[in-house]
Design a protein around this ligand. Structure first.
Ligand SMILES: Nc1ncnc2c1ncn2[C@@H]1O[C@H](COP(=O)(O)OP(=O)(O)OP(=O)(O)O)[C@@H](O)[C@H]1O
Ligand SMILES: [Mg+2]
Length: 331
């Protein structure tokens, strides 16, 4: 068995109220031992559904999936023994139990001996820096500490493969950084601990993942290392500009030939709009500039930019176009 995860034409259809929803549509991916693999996609793309199939919580409608060579349907109990699932924003365990008691409870479900459980709980609480909350009721923990507890619970059974569904959802910058670092270290320390994670944060995927798959409407649109995905856009030109009005609207670029994509973000506080456009030929920039002048837009800054993972995402998922509300955060 060479792949830690392998899916072959996995399809999952939900019987919707009006019409059936194909949440996962012929997904075939492989994940190698030791890889941190990211799933990126808009809301409703099918990320959680795919994770649920791989973690044996949902059955595929058709297709086959294997984790460490075990079929997720026919050998679900074997898969469960070697994996863990941690979801962001989830309530980890029981509110009336303290953080320490919750971990103890799960350690017993996982069948750890008393001494192993005590040592492991102490180690995880120290590593994830929440030992001072060991005696705090889970319901009283902040989101960040709940998520530390959640991750500790996921690591208690010493999994070979970790599934993380939006692990840094709603966390502050430093806590997010801490957990990301910990997960990357875990994958290295365990020597070939394998991770499949979903995220809406492009910078997170870029920083952590060896490879990412971009998924939309259940289908994989691209799958490669962040670097190679960005390189595919390298033949294009990207311009970033800031103009002095929150009212500025760059929607006109949609109609220009040679424009592959654009995004704009408005800042009410500074009364500015930041605009990023990707074109196939540099000469399209001058056309855009003259249209900006015609609108009397005052340009505060303008520079050429390197493609980011967000540009890759927008070019594939946004079909090139993202307005500030729908656009993910820029790196
Ligand atoms: N239990 C269910 N019953 C019916 N439809 C469902 C069910 N679970 C998910 N879906 C639908 O399947 C599609 C994929 O949902 P899924 O939760 O996998 O998306 P996601 O990529 O995880 O989105 P998000 O980024 O919002 O978490 C959506 O259209 C969703 O409405
Ligand atoms: Mg989801």
């Amino acid at each position: 068995m060479s792949h830690v995860v392998e899916t072959r034409d996995v399809v999952r259809i939900f019987k919707g109220r009006q019409k059936p929803v194909k949440a996962v549509d012929r997904v075939s991916i492989t994940i190698e031992e030791g890889e941190i693999f990211g799933l990126l996609g808009p809301n409703g793309a099918g990320k959680t559904t795919l994770i649920k199939i791989l973690t044996t919580l949902l059955l595929p409608t058709t297709g086959d999936a294997y984790v460490w060579g075990f079929n997720v349907v026919k050998e679900a109990h074997k898969v469960r023994e070697i994996i863990s699932l941690v979801s962001g924003g989830e309530t980890p365990g029981y509110g009336i139990l303290t953080a320490g008691e919750n971990l103890w409870f799960f350690s017993q479900l996982y069948g750890l001996s008393s001494s192993a459980a005590k040592a492991e709980i102490r180690r995880l609480m120290t590593d994830l820096e929440f030992d001072e909350y060991a005696k705090t009721r889970m319901s009283k923990l902040s989101t960040g500490y709940k998520q530390r507890l959640n991750l500790a619970r996921g690591l208690l059974n010493n999994p070979k493969m970790l599934f993380l569904d939006e692990p840094t959802l709603g966390l502050d910058v430093l806590t997010g950084q801490k957990l990301r670092g910990y997960i990357v270290d875990w994958a290295k320390r365990e020597k070939k601990g394998t991770v499949l994670l979903t995220t809406h944060y492009m910078a997170e995927a870029d920083e952590m993942c060896d490879r990412v798959a971009i998924i939309d409407r259940g289908r994989i649109l691209a799958c490669d290392s962040p670097l190679r995905l960005k390189e595919q856009l390298q033949k294009n030109f990207i311009m970033k500009a800031e103009v002095s009005s929150v009212q500025a609207d760059f929607g006109f670029v949609k109609d220009l030939k040679g424009v592959i994509g654009y995004s704009q973000k408005r800042s009410i506080q500074t009364d500015t709009t930041t605009f990023k456009v990707m074109v196939t030929e540099e000469k399209v920039f001058s056309e855009i500039m003259s249209k900006m002048e015609a609108q009397n837009l005052k340009i505060l800054s303008m520079n050429q930019a390197e493609p980011t993972l967000e540009d890759v995402y927008i070019s594939l998922v946004g079909r090139g176009f993202a307005d500030e509300e729908g656009a993910p955060h820029e790196t």
